[in-house]
Design a binder for this molecule. Structure first.
Ligand SMILES: [Zn+2]
Ligand SMILES: [Zn+2]
Length: 177
């Protein structure tokens, strides 16, 4: 069930509101390969009323389980962080940025602001296309197929040695003997 906020009502007599809640990770309709160790995404948000829309400061606490692009092992990535988003009541003409380089989104229905959809997109944006379990992940050896984080091998070094011109010279010299 998506979570909705009626912004028009909630901010009728307020300049801003603060909300704390949790949304089940599985309710966010994320791609199938997305899973989380924590059942819920914890959300803390401030919503400020502005002339043409609402300014949102969205903090989430969540993590996602991904497969490393290099070594193919599953690992956990922390997705906790804060982002600021401007919800525009006016249709946006192409440019996606509001003042101060804020990400702007068109708010279709003030009375049914879909928070789940915003969370879903935030999580997708925060997840890198190329996910690495660590910056210095050694990946899988292209020669022997071994996970080099667990068992370093020197296949590539060996291969380079065999390919170097110096190695060929060495072979010639050996023959001469
Ligand atoms: Zn890795
Ligand atoms: Zn190897």
């Amino acid at each position: 069930m998506p979570v909705f906020i009626n912004l028009k009502n909630e901010l009728k007599n307020e300049d801003f509101i603060e909300r704390d809640f949790s949304v089940p990770f599985d309710s966010l309709d994320l791609p199938e390969e997305y899973s989380s160790k924590n059942r819920d995404v914890d959300v803390h948000m401030y919503i400020f009323k502005e002339k043409d829309g609402y300014l949102i400061s969205l903090s989430i606490k969540s993590d996602v389980q991904l497969e490393c692009d290099r070594c193919l092992e599953p690992f956990n990535m922390d997705l906790s962080g804060t982002s600021n988003i401007f919800l525009s009541k006016k249709k946006l003409s192409g440019g996606e940025l509001h003042e101060d380089d804020l990400i702007a989104r068109y708010l279709e229905d003030e009375e049914h602001f879909n928070v789940s959809e915003l969370l879903r997109e935030e999580i997708l944006i925060q997840t890198p296309m190329k996910a690495l379990c660590s910056d210095n992940c050694q990946g899988i050896c292209p020669v022997c197929g071994n996970n080099r984080n667990e068992n370093p091998c020197d296949c590539e070094k060996k291969q380079k040695r065999e390919e170097s011109p110096f190695a060929k010279l060495q072979v010639l010299l050996e023959k001469k003997k």
